[in-house]
Design a protein around this ligand. Structure first.
Ligand code: GLC
Length: 437
């Protein structure tokens, strides 16, 4: 193991940890607490500072709304280096929003269940960790109740997202198909992201108009879920989001079994699980593409592009072993050439692929981490080893960047690490990956 780099990873996380007991993803660019970032960060902390790992999850779950919802950004401080901030989102419009923290009115992938389980797996003092988990696990259960009761209008076991920022894969080319169905007004605003990062690596102004317009519609309806389901121009069943929900369901079952005495909750989760996995396999798998795809619930049609999210069901044990083989073949044929690092965020053979731009092609360490574990779980030892190797090599060569060029030879002499530097989840999941065979 590269001891120096390991120490550096710890230094990145410790520097981003804030007095309020939460960790920012990256100084300057992302100055608050982000939901799925927090989960990945807690896994990193669990390896060397258990109290920080617990604090990370506690602060996130403390921002839960009374209806079980967990927001995507918790605005712990007044910081005007980020747009759109608390004043734009106005979470207070929702009658059940947190009275303690201002936040956004949208969520992010449901990581909290499997993160608690990972913290338990990593912990040396299992009894101590289980005591902590007992304190917070019901909040995660309530969060899943929220999803199944409010985000599944056709009662399929598949939940929708109403904004691209809920997916975590913010400007994936998948959303281009939805932008074509919309014509938002031109907003006037001052962006902050492009003061920290080269504009060529970030979304365009017109993309931001779409993002803000969807929030406006939600705000006009006080973030009411039923109204959003009726009116939002963006309503998508995302394979990554649903895979993480299923993975977290499984984690809740196993943790509740360890804790004992939660039979009713376990029964409820088992029912969700059976329905969710069945619908996922029936509705989101595209046999012709050999991959899972997003489904546009507003316009009732699949969005037929391959992304790194297409392979994320491996992480949640969703495909049969035969189907898993098909997925891995698709991944290796399209994303896995010798001239590339695994795993591009978008199909390198598609016209919309851009190796430098955010979620339109670059490699993200959190996706690689999930795919590494999924591949390992299905017995694809060689591809799993490559996923881990490529992730570590990118970090060793370029640093703890937010995202990386997937091309081994970019033909340029600039660094192929893009976005924010000293990025927390790249450090946290590096720590976890080097500790996992
Ligand atoms: C970007 C990413 C999102 C992440 C956030 C904070 O917006 O697209 O997934 O949570 O940054 O790191």
């Amino acid at each position: 193991m590269n001891e120096e780099l390991y120490k550096k990873a710890i230094a990145v996380l410790d520097a981003n940890f804030q007095e309020g007991g939460f960790t920012i993803p990256s100084a300057g660019l992302y100055p608050f607490q982000w939901k799925w970032d927090s989960g990945f960060i807690a896994i990193g902390f669990a390896h060397y500072d258990v109290e920080k790992a617990k604090a990370e999850m506690r602060t996130l779950l403390d921002a839960q709304w009374e209806n079980g919802f967990i927001p995507h950004i918790v605005f712990h401080t007044d910081n005007d280096s980020y747009f759109p901030g608390a004043d734009f989102h106005q979470s207070e419009l929702h009658p059940l929003s947190s009275k303690k923290y201002r936040s956004t009115g949208m969520t992010q992938p449901p990581v909290t269940g499997f993160v608690l389980q990972e913290m338990y797996r990593i912990a040396e003092d299992k009894e101590d960790m289980l005591n902590y988990i007992k304190e917070d696990i019901d909040k995660v259960f309530e969060n899943h109740v929220y999803f199944y009761e409010n985000r599944d209008p056709q009662n399929e076991g598949l939940v929708y997202i109403y904004h691209n920022w809920e997916s975590g894969t913010d400007n994936s080319p998948v959303w281009d198909d939805i932008w074509k169905t919309m014509n938002p007004p031109e907003y006037t605003f001052v962006r902050k992201d492009t003061t920290h990062v080269d504009a060529s690596q970030r979304p365009t102004k017109r993309e931001y108009d779409h993002y803000l317009h969807i929030i406006d519609i939600a705000k006009q309806n006080n973030y009411d879920d039923a109204k959003i389901a009726e009116l939002s121009p963006f309503l998508v069943q995302d394979p990554l989001f649903n895979a993480m929900l299923i993975k977290s369901n499984q984690a809740l079952i196993e943790l509740y079994e360890l804790i004992g005495g939660n039979e009713e909750k376990i029964k409820t989760i088992l029912k969700w699980q059976a329905k969710s996995i069945k619908s996922f396999n029936e509705k989101l798998f595209d046999a012709e593409l050999g991959a899972y795809v997003h489904y546009d619930l507003r316009n009732e049609k699949p969005i037929r592009h391959i992304t790194s999210s297409s392979f994320s069901p491996l992480f949640a044990n969703i495909p049969s072993p035969e189907r898993a083989k098909v997925l891995v073949k698709t991944m290796m044929d399209k994303f896995g050439g010798d001239d590339k690092y695994l795993c591009a965020s978008f199909d390198p053979t598609n016209d919309r692929f851009n190796p430098k731009k955010y979620w339109r092609g670059p490699v993200w360490i959190n996706m690689n981490w999930m795919l590494f574990l999924g591949l390992k779980n299905y017995g694809f030892a060689d591809v799993a080893a490559r996923m881990k190797h490529d992730s570590i090599e990118l970090i060793e060569k370029y640093g703890f960047y937010e995202y990386f060029d997937c091309r081994k030879n970019t033909g340029e002499d600039n660094t192929p690490g893009y976005g924010g530097n000293n990025f927390s989840w790249s450090a946290a999941l590096f720590i976890d990956m080097v500790n996992t065979d």
